[in-house]
Design a protein around this ligand. Structure first.
Ligand code: NAD
Length: 314
């Protein structure tokens, strides 16, 4: 009989995380009157971005948070956008600010992301948070971790417990997924390799991975025969390919799922794996930010001391 991998149920894990966050929100409100608020900024009318922003607002409401969305014309000037960010930075009722990407080409993305107060940067893209993530030791206490890698680490921790000493390979080195993912795996004491488009022998590298995280955005990139038997595979890729789900397309990951599940010990499906974790982690970051700001206000040195949902320890 061929072995078959455990399917990691990201949807169920995200449901559990949201329940924990809802408890954290209720406790914060009862103890201090603070209700976490997420402010989303959407520039232009990209339909996919509009759907993401709407879902974030709906899920925030479902865990008892407040949310507001700022929809701006694609022709808005950079100065106007920065002025809105300044206003949200100074608004004491707002705890999380996210700028939905992509931005129109006339806007300098880096300048916009730099303008968000790092304490409200719930995407974890501000250079201060990037730097804290790359630091070892006590400096990591105040950091905000990018949502998708945070979700991947929760799934890996559930699956493996300690990751210490394992070989981890991350395919992709973007600021959003690959780089922060590699930093988190390093902090979990893995031996980490990062592959990218210029990597010369990807199959050879993948074959050494006890943990494989693929975030390349390349459908079918990772063949099952490359995977080390018993590896844990986390597929971050979301790729639309021709298919039969009603509108002539379907969503697949980077990994050839049917091949890989015959070799891996456990694997995330696409959809239903990493995807559902991302928004749940955004809410976790918003709750953490609200708790940290309340502690700052009260003069407590508690930034990041207490995982917001009590269960998230990464
Ligand atoms: P990106 O395009 O910014 O980065 C892709 C990275 O993969 C680059 O570093 C590139 O060098 C590498 N790469 C591309 N093709 C490769 C190949 N053939 N071999 C080796 N490396 C290769 O993309 P991103 O924003 O990091 O997103 C990556 C994927 O993850 C996309 O499919 C995206 O839709 C998905 N994604 C999913 C979530 C989620 O919540 N599940 C969140 C963010 C991104």
């Amino acid at each position: 009989m061929t072995a078959t991998a455990r399917i990691i149920d990201g949807k169920r894990r995200a449901d559990q995380l949201r329940r924990d966050i809802a408890i954290g929100v209720e406790r914060l409100r009862d103890e201090s009157g603070v209700v976490p608020k997420l402010a989303a900024i959407l520039v232009g009318d990209d339909p996919a971005s509009a759907i993401y922003v709407r879902r974030k607002g709906e899920q925030a409401a479902a865990v008892g948070m407040q949310s507001e969305s700022h929809r701006l014309s694609a022709t808005i000037s950079q100065d106007e956008l920065l002025a809105l960010i300044d206003r949200l930075n100074h608004d004491g009722t707002v705890h999380g600010i996210l700028v939905q990407l992509p931005l129109p080409p006339h806007i300098d993305k880096a300048a916009v992301l730099r303008r968000v107060d790092p304490r409200k940067d719930v995407d974890g893209f501000h250079p201060v948070n990037v730097g804290l993530l790359a630091s070892d030791g006590e400096a990591v206490d105040g950091r905000i971790i990018p949502c998708t890698p945070m979700g991947c680490m929760m799934l890996l921790a559930d699956e493996l417990g300690s990751l210490e000493g394992l070989n981890a390979v991350v395919v992709g080195c973007s600021n959003i997924v690959g780089r922060p993912m590699a930093q988190l795996l390093l902090q979990a004491r893995c031996t980490v390799s990062i592959a990218h488009i210029h990597t010369r022998d990807l199959p050879e590298l993948v074959a050494r991975a006890d943990i494989l995280v693929s975030a390349a955005g390349a459908p079918g990139l990772i063949r099952g025969s490359w995977i080390k038997p018993g590896a844990v595979v986390v597929d971050v890729g979301i790729n639309r390919v021709p298919g039969d789900n009603g509108n002539g397309s379907r969503i697949v990951g980077d990994v050839c799922f049917d091949e890989a599940k015959a070799r891996a010990a456990a694997i995330t499906p696409v959809p239903g794996g990493v995807g559902p974790m991302t928004i749940a982690c955004l809410l976790e970051n918003t709750l953490r930010a609200a708790i940290a700001m309340k502690s700052d206000r009260d003069g407590e040195a508690a930034v990041g001391k207490e995982p917001a949902s009590q269960l998230v320890r990464i």
